[in-house]
Design a protein around this ligand. Sequence first.
Ligand code: CDP
Length: 220
Amino acid sequence: MSLPPVIAIDGPTASGKGTVASLVAQKLGFHYLDSGALYRLVALASEKQGIDSKNGPELGLLIPKLLISFSNHQIFLNGEEVTDTIRTENIGLRASVVAVHPEVRLALVDLQRSFRQSPGLVADGRDMGSVIFPDAVLKVFLTATASARAERRYKQLIAKGISAKLSDLLQDLQERDARDSSRGAAPLIIAKDAKVLETSDLSIDQAVKTVLDCYQSSIA
Ligand code: CDP
């Protein structure tokens, strides 16, 4: 029996992947995997436990001990609701540091693949199409200019009541882009069979429609 279809949506920080991927999943009635949330959870848990973000082996050993659950748009870590706690810039930066370690990436592979359930999955991250779901029926690389992304992130944070400075956000995301693209293990790359979607001048609805159209043609 063939496995349920996967739509992989990868791209740099604040490219709109999360919003687009969850809306595509909703339209298709598919499951949704926010893989970045897993790296953010590892960042938070290791910070709480005083584990050095540079210690790959120790971080790798921590992961199987974590109790992670996603339920009704809420995220729980060891029974505690951490949905907003993991969204800070500080945790995002720490996530990109812990995500460099092969031990961390390996420890999260099976958990990510377990989200592939009927009738299908939309997965967003950095290596969904290149490493985790290389057989995805559609691979999209969603991107936008650094300034468009910084502005989006700024609006997101302000809307949540979190204070932010545009110039700091731009600097943070450029730092994160550089680390995600240059790491040895599963770097942020455009999978060779991916469709690149530049969203600087697209609305969310237009981006969602483009992905849905591509999906329909890929299964036609
Ligand atoms: O929200 P944003 O796009 O900034 O980040 P995220 O998707 O929540 O991911 C946080 C960090 O986790 C990224 O900067 C990456 O370093 C890392 N990550 C990864 O390495 N691989 C993934 N599949 C997803 C996230």
